[in-house]
Design a protein around this ligand. Structure first.
Ligand code: ADP
Ligand code: MG
Length: 699
């Protein structure tokens, strides 16, 4: 029994072709190994035996030990049920079966002792247990009925074939008894010893048959640690390989462009956080190694300015720079901000999007290749093959989570030697997740907002307070402020959503006749969209009714109110992003979340978090706890490139941290895992890369 991975479960006692098909179709379980790694989702403590006198209907799962006193079938045909009176000397309880009665009746013995396990309920004053588990008390087979019992998820289809949780546990037992020897170890002996970890064999047998909760915890720890260790090893090794193979453009100096900008142009003092991250980025770009850095900073923390300043360093070293944004609105806005900030500096900047005219495109193509054009700002259009730089030294990707990994990779190819890459995101990613999906990137964080910002006040209104809302909006408009009203728009209910949006637009026009209302949505032509945005940005309109196209990056500092309609339909981090559109100036800003009365618990929780805090990291952590990391917004598009079987990024931060440290120590000593003592790690990494994880996607 050496390779559990190729041993087909069809041949496992208790399985056979029919069940093997079910396992494959329902749970993608094919081999012994697959089944062994199908872990329980919960455990019930079966170490306690209740006396029947103690049992009441409020208790969760319980077990009692005793004998059958009466056994009879009541009723006829399909309506019939099996009723068993069961007693232990302290009292009597009724056990009831509606399904499989005949079979069960034949299997039960009145002279034997049983341990009965199930959920008690009450009917007509009599305590009963429906469909209990019955274990005849025999020497040597107490394993299942004592300690913690594992519960496994199964599907309806499986249950119909009696492949329930209990059956799966029996099969786990069959695996262990059908092969002699140990499950081959997957961690080096020295690691097991140093960190006092359970052997794989023991961890797996404990996870299915825990003797007590202490050993179970040890088993869980070993398996979680291993899972996270391999992910970290993989990410960090890729980074090592990359740093060896790829040299970075060496930006050795800061020159006139940055110096002049800093002394003559910068309209305000940089925050300390901005200064710090600029230093970190400069250090990378001057190190000779290619930079791959993630810049995280909450909405409004001033990432664009950081991007601009480090692009100027590229220019000072006679390289070109580019910045890519996910939407045309945002690219255009960056273009305008940057042009304005660089006025008089003699830097040539261009904007390239899907709607750039042909003539302009040709000019851009030419000037990029001649090197005349120094900064290119754009959307996805930037990664097309026809876009060729003379000497691209730095590329910035704004709102990185909106792009797939593949798109990021294409920017690498824009120079004979890849440019430095700075990816920016305002969607705060919890540390654990960043260490896992972006583990190959170095991380800089802007953890400070520019001074003078007042935290946005957030309120949650039900629809019946619309008149109050309108009064409030009127007050803000009369003070000269501007207002966003955002509607959800999702593809499945697109028609309805458009109707709501259009009605909202008309409604605002009706309620505020003295003010001008603009509207933007994703289906408008770029020129129309642009025009509507421009109206709002230049104060020609005071109210902007829109879909989430304005979610990302849009900057209109005079806007002080964000109304989010049907807020229940947005996720936490999307709400946070939308809210970040206001609070960009010195005035007090407000966010109002409008919902209907009927809210699910999850929604209520989201509204509660939003009204309580404006801290993006706190929101991201809460989001991860509420939804689970696989669902985390901002990772949906790239997706988690692997599935975790046992570790949970929301809860196992400490184990992850530990795994990371161990991985770093191993790789410091042996960067490519070539030493004999790391053979097992190398082999296991290859196996995982082949079978389980789409790891090539990570970097
Ligand atoms: P984000 O990080 O969300 O992309 P922006 O770069 O759009 O934030 O910056 C938000 C606003 O803050 C902009 O109007 C910008 O000019 C301003 N800003 C950036 N840095 C500072 C600073 N150090 N002091 C004052 N205002 C700043
Ligand atoms: Mg931004």
């Amino acid at each position: 029994m050496s390779d559990l991975a190729i041993q087909n479960i069809t041949y496992l006692p208790g399985v056979g072709p029919k069940r093997a098909d079910l396992f494959r179709d329902e749970l993608k379980i094919v081999s012994y190994e697959d089944l062994l790694y199908y872990f329980p989702y919960k455990y019930v403590d079966r170490s306690k035996l209740y006396t029947i006198r103690e049992v009441n209907a409020k208790l969760p799962y319980i077990q009692v030990k005793g004998k059958i006193t009466v056994l009879k079938t009541i009723g006829e045909g399909r309506q019939s049920r099996l009723s068993v009176m069961f007693s232990d000397g302290t009292g009597t309880i009724e056990l009831v079966w509606f399904k499989g009665n005949k079979h069960i009746k034949e299997s039960l013995k009145t002279d034997a002792e049983y341990i009965v396990f199930g959920k008690p309920s009450a009917f007509n004053g009599q305590i009963n247990i429906m469909h209990p588990e019955m274990d005849q008390v025999k020497e040597g087979e107490v394993k299942i009925a004592s300690g913690l019992q594992a519960f496994y998820n199964t599907t309806e289809k499986m249950k119909r074939q009696y492949l329930n949780s209990k059956a799966i546990q029996k099969l786990q037992q069959n695996i262990f008894s059908s092969f002699k020897g140990m499950v081959p170890e997957t961690l080096p002996a020295r690691i097991l010893e140093r960190y006092k970890l359970l052997k794989l064999h023991d961890a797996l047998s404990t996870i299915h048959f825990p003797a007590d909760s202490q050993t179970l915890e040890k088993a869980q720890f070993r398996l979680k640690f291993e899972e996270l260790l391999y992910i970290q090893l993989n990410i960090l090794r890729i980074r090592n390989q990359r740093n060896r193979k790829i040299k970075g453009h060496h930006f050795e100096k800061v020159g006139d462009f940055l110096n002049t900008f800093y002394t003559d142009k910068l309209p305000f003092e940089l925050t300390n956080a901005q200064k710090r991250v600029i230093k970190e980025i400069r250090r990378d770009m001057g190190s000779g190694i290619q930079m791959n850095r993630l810049l995280q900073g909450d909405v409004g923390s001033g990432k664009t300015l950081v991007a601009l300043m480090v692009m100027l360093i590229a220019l000072d070293n006679t390289f070109q720079a580019s910045i890519m944004a996910p939407t045309e609105i945002l690219a255009t806005q960056h273009f305008e901000t940057i042009i304005e900030m660089l006025e008089g500096l003699n830097v040539k900047v261009a904007l390239l999007t899907g709607s750039t005219k042909k003539k302009e495109r040709t000019r851009i193509d030419q000037e990029l290749q001649s090197g005349e054009l120094q900064i290119l700002i754009g959307t996805h259009a930037l990664i097309e093959d026809r876009v060729k730089f003379k000497n691209l030294g730095l590329t910035v990707i704004d709102e990185q989570h909106r792009f797939g990994v593949a798109q990021r990779a294409r920017l690498w190819k824009k120079n004979y030697q890849p440019p430095h890459v700075l990816v920016m995101t305002a969607t705060p990613i919890p540390r654990t997740l960043a260490m896992t999906i972006y583990g190959d990137l170095d991380v800089s964080v802007i953890d400070e907002l520019p001074p003078g910002r007042k935290p946005i006040e957030t309120a949650h209104y039900f629809h019946n307070r619309r008149n109050n809302l309108n009064k409030f909006i009127k007050g803000e408009l009369d003070k000269g402020r501007q207002v966003y009203v955002v509607y959800p728009l999702i593809e499945e209910s697109e028609k309805m959503d458009f109707k709501n949006l259009a009605e909202g637009y008309e409604y605002m026009q009706r309620v505020f006749p003295e003010y001008k209302v603009s509207m933007v949505h994703g289906k408008m032509r770029p020129a129309e969209k642009d025009q509507a945005m421009q109206e709002f940005a230049s104060m020609r309109s005071q109210i902007l009714v829109s879909t989430t196209v304005i979610e990302v990056g849009v900057n209109v500092p005079n806007a002080s109110v964000m109304v989010i309609e049907s807020a229940e339909r947005f996720g936490l981090s999307q709400l946070h992003q939308l809210r970040g559109r206001v609070g960009r100036g010195a005035d007090q800003s407000f966010c109002i979340l409008m919902t209907s009365y009927k809210l699910s618990d999850g929604t209520r929780k989201r509204m509660e978090i939003m009204t309580r805090t404006t801290d993006g990291f706190e929101i991201a952590e809460a989001d991860m706890k509420l939804r689970g990391p696989g669902d985390l917004e901002g990772t949906q598009q790239s997706g988690l490139p692997f599935s975790l079987k046992i570790a949970n990024l929301g809860k196992d931060g400490q184990i992850l941290q530990f795994a990371r440290q161990v991985a770093e120590a191993i790789l410091d000593d042996d960067p490519l895992l070539e030493k004999q003592e790391n053979f097992i790690l190398n082999k296991q990494l290859k196996k995982l890369a082949r079978e389980k994880m789409n790891w090539s996607m990570i970097s």
